[in-house]
Design a protein around this ligand. Structure first.
Ligand code: ZN
Length: 226
């Protein structure tokens, strides 16, 4: 069990470094992963891209710190509420990329006009408040807005991505912002042709297979390894 926890911490650290390298994380944002016993590994209250494995703290399902020197992030209730609502979710990324703020400000969800957007074809609902998610009542509202989807946009604030494993989380975290960027770039060109539901379903099924994100993840991790 100890080895599994340490391995998960190392994966979390690499994911944060990869996201920072892509300029998707700055001084803020956080990443958590749920353990099989219900406890949660969390980056502490510090810039996530600067976190080492020894910095990662362990919190309980209510967000109380159990182990580690650092403190939980102020928006920890968003993570614990989503874990409570979604048995399938094992890891969560919350971040504040400009592209997500811009798309959410238009009132639009992510449009699937490129293959990187297929993860989000079932919708990226918008949580319609810029207030930080600092208590369980707000956390539960974000979880309800997310529903059974892969990502939620938070107006004026950022976005939150969920997955069943860290490889998929890293891929979705990168692809959500890339999809937003493509949507913003395409907007001045007029009407957009989006992927059909059938096309999305066919492509999404392929991504459920084991190691479907391997090449994608290996590339972004390689960018932060010597
Ligand atoms: Zn935030």
């Amino acid at each position: 069990m100890i080895d599994a926890i340490e391995a998960t911490k190392e994966k979390m650290v690499l994911a944060c470094k990869a996201l920072q390298k892509q300029r998707l994380l700055d001084g803020y944002g956080h990443l958590t992963a749920r353990l099989s016993d219900g406890r949660i590994l969390s980056t502490p209250h510090m810039p996530p891209g600067k976190v080492a494995a020894r910095d990662i703290i362990i919190i309980d399902a209510q967000g109380n710190k159990l182990e580690g020197a650092g403190e939980p992030n102020g928006e920890t209730p968003m993570h614990t509420s989503i874990y409570k609502a979604r048995a399938d979710v094992q890891c969560i990324l919350h971040y504040h990329p400009d592209e997500l703020v811009i798309v959410a400000a238009t009132g639009q969800e992510i449009k699937v006009i490129a293959n990187c957007g297929v993860h989000f074809y079932r919708g990226t609902p918008i949580y319609d408040s810029p207030l930080l998610i600092r208590n369980h009542q707000l956390g539960d509202k974000v979880a309800a807005t997310l529903g059974d989807r892969s990502a939620v946009l938070l107006r004026g604030h950022g976005g939150t991505v969920v997955a069943s494993n860290l490889d998929t989380l890293l891929r979705r975290g990168i692809d959500l912002v890339r999809s937003a960027k493509i949507q913003i770039m395409a907007a001045p060109l007029g009407a957009l042709k989006t992927h059909s539901k059938t096309e999305c379903e066919q492509m999404a099924a392929g991504r459920e297979q084991a190691n479907a994100s391997r090449r994608h993840v290996d590339f972004y991790i390689s960018e932060v390894l010597d």
